[in-house]
Design a protein around this ligand. Structure first.
Ligand SMILES: [Zn+2]
Ligand SMILES: [Zn+2]
Length: 374
């Protein structure tokens, strides 16, 4: 009986383990940037370099390799010698703590540091780098990239849950290209290893395996933006999608923040020219409009222009604004920065300052969701 119970426990544990969240994630770094040569350096720890699947060299701490994509494949050399030409390369971290740096040379780009392993392959005559690393390291990097490096722990925890939920929900987004997520804003920005802030690592650890889920336990779309302008938007209006957790929330917390209110002034002629381009028939009805709500359209006599289109065309901070005519000018009075859906970062930072927890923050901005531990 004892044995049976023990077996059952073992079986349950083994099964439970298979449903656990992924421990590692593969990120396409410098995604969308086309380059043909780069420098790899071992910043911390040693790396084994494999060419075409076999060990070629050990890259010791502080040393660097130049890698050029040639007609024949990847030519690898350092200042002393050439290591050969390979159709694929892999750098695998061999130490307890490994940090590497890559720096595109032709054309050049900012260096990026990260942990884990690096795979180098060729796509369309360009280099593709795939960095496989611990999920938590990746989350810490994205929290720093997207949430800044000067906030409070409860804010970082909220951002960590958001970043993790995004990663889990979109885990197969780039599967057709051989990795999970890219490192630019198409997925979520990952500028590399978080080195700035110990609090970010602690926030990731303290929210380990936690995601935002709906009542069916599925990860949700964890939208966020810099400032909502006083009320968050709804997915139904902004995205034409009915998502019950992305609905308007009156936000008193961001009202003294930097991006709460802004103005942009155009001359009467500039505004007229813009409206004429959009609706040649009847534009002079909206030199001034007193609508202070978040709305989907700018109502012209003959046509409705989506507010998001006006935002894009005129380079505005948000699509939440009204217009006022004043002495030959049209003043656009705007609120907030970003699309306005989900969590308002400046409001969330203020909530953290006031002593709210990350759970309070998440539950305030996302309607009727649960925090699920995977
Ligand atoms: Zn992507
Ligand atoms: Zn807000």
């Amino acid at each position: 009986m004892l044995l049976r119970t023990l077996l059952l426990v073992l079986f349950t544990t083994a099964f439970a383990h298979t449903t656990l969240m992924a421990e590692r994630i593969a990120i396409g770094i410098y995604y969308g940037f086309r380059f043909e040569s780069f420098v790899f350096s071992a910043v911390e720890g040693e790396y084994i370099m494999e060419g075409n699947g076999s060990k070629v060299a050990v890259v010791v701490t502080g040393s660097m390799l130049h890698i050029d994509l040639t007609q024949a494949g990847f030519a690898v050399r350092d200042t002393d010698q050439s290591y050969g030409v390979f159709s694929s390369l892999e750098f695998r971290g061999m130490s307890i703590s490994n940090i590497f740096q890559v720096r595109p040379v032709f054309p050049s780009n900012k260096p990026k540091e990260s942990t884990g392993d690096l795979e180098v392959t060729q796509v369309d005559d360009c280099i593709r780098l795939i960095n496989t690393l611990d999920l938590d390291e990746y989350i810490a990097g994205t929290v720093e990239s997207e949430g800044g490096s000067n906030a409070l722990p409860e804010f970082y925890k909220a951002q960590a849950v958001i970043a993790r939920t995004f990663a889990i929900k979109n885990f197969h987004r780039h599967a057709h290209e051989g990795f999970n997520l890219c490192d630019n804003v198409h997925c979520q920005a990952y500028k590399g290893k978080s080195r700035m802030n110990r609090q970010i690592y602690e926030a990731v650890q303290k929210t380990r395996n936690e995601i935002l889920a709906n009542n069916a336990g599925e990860p949700v779309i964890t939208a966020y933006h810099a400032n909502c302008g006083g009320i968050t938007g709804s997915a139904a209006v902004e995205w034409n999608r009915d998502l019950p957790y992305l609905v308007p929330v009156q936000d008193p917390f961001c009202d003294r923040s930097a991006h709460r209110n802004w103005d942009k002034v155009l001359t009467e002629n500039e505004w007229k020219a813009y409206l004429n381009k959009k609706a040649p028939d009847g534009c002079d009805a909206v030199f001034s409009d007193g609508d202070t709500t978040r709305r989907k359209y700018l109502d012209l006599v003959s046509k409705k222009i989506p507010m998001t289109t006006v935002r894009e065309d005129l380079g505005l901070k948000s699509s939440f604004f009204r217009t006022e005519y004043n002495n030959g000018h049209v003043i656009i009075h705007g609120h907030g920065y970003g699309h306005g859906l989900g969590l308002c970062q400046e409001g969330a930072m203020e909530m953290a300052r006031m002593g709210y927890t990350y759970v309070d923050i998440l539950m305030f901005y996302f309607n009727n969701l649960i925090l699920k531990k995977e």
